[in-house]
Ligand binder design. Structure first.
Ligand SMILES: *[C@@H]1O[C@H](CO)[C@@H](O)[C@H](O)[C@H]1NC(C)=O
Ligand SMILES: *[C@@H]1O[C@H](CO)[C@@H](O)[C@H](O)[C@H]1NC(C)=O
Ligand SMILES: *[C@@H]1O[C@H](CO)[C@@H](O)[C@H](O)[C@H]1NC(C)=O
Ligand SMILES: *[C@@H]1O[C@H](CO)[C@@H](O)[C@H](O)[C@H]1NC(C)=O
Ligand SMILES: *[C@@H]1O[C@H](CO)[C@@H](O)[C@H](O)[C@H]1NC(C)=O
Ligand SMILES: *[C@@H]1O[C@H](CO)[C@@H](O)[C@H](O)[C@H]1NC(C)=O
Length: 254
């Protein structure tokens, strides 16, 4: 499932020097980890994708479509008085929100859009990775301009693995405003888009399961429409897919 969502992001530049440590050594906290706290909310690009109630409504399995693509992560600190994990080794709660588009090299009109939301508990691992265990109530909406099922919602309950991360200082896009920048690397080594600090207090939905999941939930896929016909849960991706079909696909990648 993960690999089908992986976009070619290698053109995004890497943060040099973040990844100096070997995988098996315990994490060496460096200025790239300690320049500021990782706790809070981060968002890429135009910062229109932000975790919390502005992105997902799990109770009715819907999304609020942001005007541009992006990713957003929130990490809550165990030191946060609102966190009570009981006796466990987790470091706190996470939430992720993603709105991604990808093109199709062989058929530029075949654009797919993915909205994704999930939350659960995470751990900053000694080897420098971040792992996340989802609650099971995550979901994603996939719209494929050329797919047999052009628009559907399905559960998303993948465990998360980010092999490393670092924080640097920089400026917001097209701005002189200073900000902190979080770079996370995915399980396959590809970087996520750089994310800017939105808030040091995480913007999150309640940190508990927020909808009932039928067991054996692969059967719970909801087909929303066949090729622009029928009911839509939301117009967002479809409108965008239709509107951008003529644009070169690389410009859509976040
Ligand atoms: C780091 O530790 C996590 C959790 O134990 C593990 O899943 C992951 O594979 C490790 N990463 C590497 C690169 O060894
Ligand atoms: C960085 O933060 C970690 C975790 O809070 C701490 O253990 C470590 O001493 C800090 N390192 C530096 C160089 O500040
Ligand atoms: C889903 O719930 C949210 C929050 O209550 C609401 O804003 C939205 O209109 C609802 N969407 C649908 C399709 O019912
Ligand atoms: C704890 O939760 C309350 C109520 O949701 C919120 O107002 C407050 O900002 C939270 N505290 C922190 C440190 O996040
Ligand atoms: C790209 O388009 C071709 C031809 O329409 C299709 O067979 C293929 O599945 C598409 N690939 C992706 C990743 O959407
Ligand atoms: C979601 O994934 C977690 C971790 O793999 C697992 O413990 C849980 O049972 C899953 N929940 C559902 C509803 O599949």
């Amino acid at each position: 499932m993960k690999s089908s969502l992986t976009l070619s992001l290698s053109s995004l530049f890497l943060l040099a020097g973040v990844l100096g440590q070997s995988d098996s050594d315990p994490i060496q906290y460096t200025p790239t980890h300690n320049i500021t706290t990782i706790y809070g909310t981060w968002s890429s690009g135009s910062m229109n994708v932000v975790t919390g109630s502005g992105f997902a409504s799990p109770s009715n399995v819907s999304f609020h479509y942001p005007p541009t693509t992006g990713v957003s992560y929130s990490l809550q600190s165990l030191a946060d008085p609102n966190v009570s994990l009981g006796c466990s080794t987790e470091d706190g709660y996470y939430e992720l929100a993603q709105y991604r588009m990808s093109g199709n090299a062989s058929n530029p009109n075949c654009i797919s859009g993915v909205m994704m939301w999930a939350h659960g508990t995470y751990t900053l691992q000694p080897n420098g990775s971040i792992t996340g265990i989802p609650f099971g109530d995550g979901y994603m909406q996939v719209e494929e301009a050329c797919g047999a099922l052009s628009n559907f919602i399905q559960d998303y309950n993948d465990t998360e693995l980010y092999t490393s991360w670092g924080i640097s200082q920089g400026t917001l896009p097209n701005s002189n405003t200073n900000t902190y920048i979080l770079q996370m690397y995915q399980y396959n080594g590809e970087p996520l888009p750089e994310q800017y600090q939105v808030s040091t207090t995480p913007i999150m939905l309640p940190t508990k399961p927020l909808r009932n999941i039928p067991s054996g939930s692969a059967a719970s896929d909801i087909v929303l429409s066949k090729r622009n016909g029928g009911d839509r849960r939301s117009a967002g991706v479809g409108v965008l897919v239709a509107g951008v079909a003529a644009i070169t696909t690389t410009s859509l990648l976040l």
